[in-house]
Design a protein around this ligand. Structure first.
Ligand code: NAP
Length: 298
């Protein structure tokens, strides 16, 4: 049995074991995907053990997407751009870091939305996911506004994106006037903050009393619950909106393909994700969602 692990802390929230194990079963691979709770001080030793134990690869999640970079042998372009790794491929002990969040987001976005000729994309947040989204959109030539609680973080991201792609990027503070200003030209609104994520389902990143941009498509990276408050607000205003479940699926598809070299059974993975999302609503909104048999301790 070959093992792929998800390294993170906490990892009890992850749907990835359900999605990847469904794919391995469908392909008839004797592979198993297991979430591994790793304490920060054990990350280096866990990565070192990957080389020895010969795991074909791993996923990396919060809080290790950045701190894992110096522990790897090679970093591909997607991970260099985003300064974050979410997928490791083990080539006979040579560990290569990739980032499938960026392509996963762009792939799913374009199944729902085609970029108009004019207008700006507005990204809320300036963390790891916002960075992937910003690089993905800027590569397509789109101008951006960023609204973030930490303006210095947003300014750093804006500078990196401008330097790489030459598009216009404005960094604004997390203040009501910023939302009013940025929404006037906004054709795509992406929430890349955790606001609205379970168990805080009553929260929305969008301030009360400011109308959502009427012509924008809304993409909420949060996928638990599937209908976040932001998605509901948009739909109630007649604005098209989706949650981040599609991005989660696409990044998983891309990771599977990197590890196995095979085309991924996307529909089987989609069904497994759908089942996991349904179970999570049925179990209640605050419980762990990972099958405990799939959680290892480092
Ligand atoms: P992160 O690196 O921790 O960044 C979070 C960002 O949100 C930071 O800019 C942070 O601001 C901001 N933020 C947090 N709480 C806030 C609040 N109360 N008010 C305003 N801003 C706040 O996290 P991440 O990895 O980017 O993930 C962000 C979200 O995207 C999470 O919900 C994650 O689950 C989701 N995500 C989804 C997918 C998918 O496949 N759908 C993939 C990746 C991430 P500060 O810098 O000031 O802390």
């Amino acid at each position: 049995m070959r093992k792929i692990v998800l390294l993170g802390s906490p990892i009890a929230h992850s749907y990835s074991p359900a999605i990847q194990n469904a794919a391995f079963n469908e392909a008839g691979l004797a592979w198993r995907y297991q979430a591994m709770e790793v304490a920060p001080e054990k990350l280096a030793a866990t990565i070192a053990s990957m080389r020895v134990d010969g795991w074909p690869g791993a996923n990396v999640t919060i809080p290790f997407k950045e701190s894992v970079l110096p522990l790897l042998d090679e970093i591909d372009a997607s991970a260099i751009e985003t300064s974050a790794v979410n997928t490791i491929v083990n080539k006979n002990g040579h560990l290569v870091g990739h980032n499938t969040d960026l392509r996963g987001f762009i792939r799913d976005l374009h199944t729902h939305w085609q970029a108009p000729r004019a207008g700006q994309s507005l990204i809320l947040g300036a963390g790891g996911a916002a960075r992937a989204v910003a690089f993905g959109l800027a590569r397509e030539g789109l101008d951006l506004s960023l609204i973030a609680r930490s303006v210095s973080r947003a300014e750093r991201l804006a500078e990196d994106v401008r330097r790489e792609f030459g598009v216009e990027v404005t960094a604004l503070p997390w203040a009501r006037e910023s939302f009013v200003r940025a929404s006037s030209q906004c054709t795509l609104l992406v929430n890349a903050t955790p606001l609205g994520m379970m168990p805080h389902i009553q929260e929305s990143p969008w301030p009360d009393g400011v109308p959502l941009p009427p012509d924008a498509f809304v993409y909420d990276l949060v996928y638990t619950p599937a209908d976040t408050r932001l998605v509901q607000q948009a739909q109630q205003s007649g604005i098209k909106a989706v949650s981040g479940a599609g991005m989660l699926l696409e990044q998983a598809v891309l990771s599977y393909e990197l590890w196995t070299g095979l085309g991924a059974p996307r529909e089987r993975m989609r069904a497994a994700l759908g089942g996991a999302l349904e179970r999570s609503s049925a179990w209640g909104r605050t419980e762990d969602r990972t099958d405990r048999r799939e959680v290892l301790d480092a």
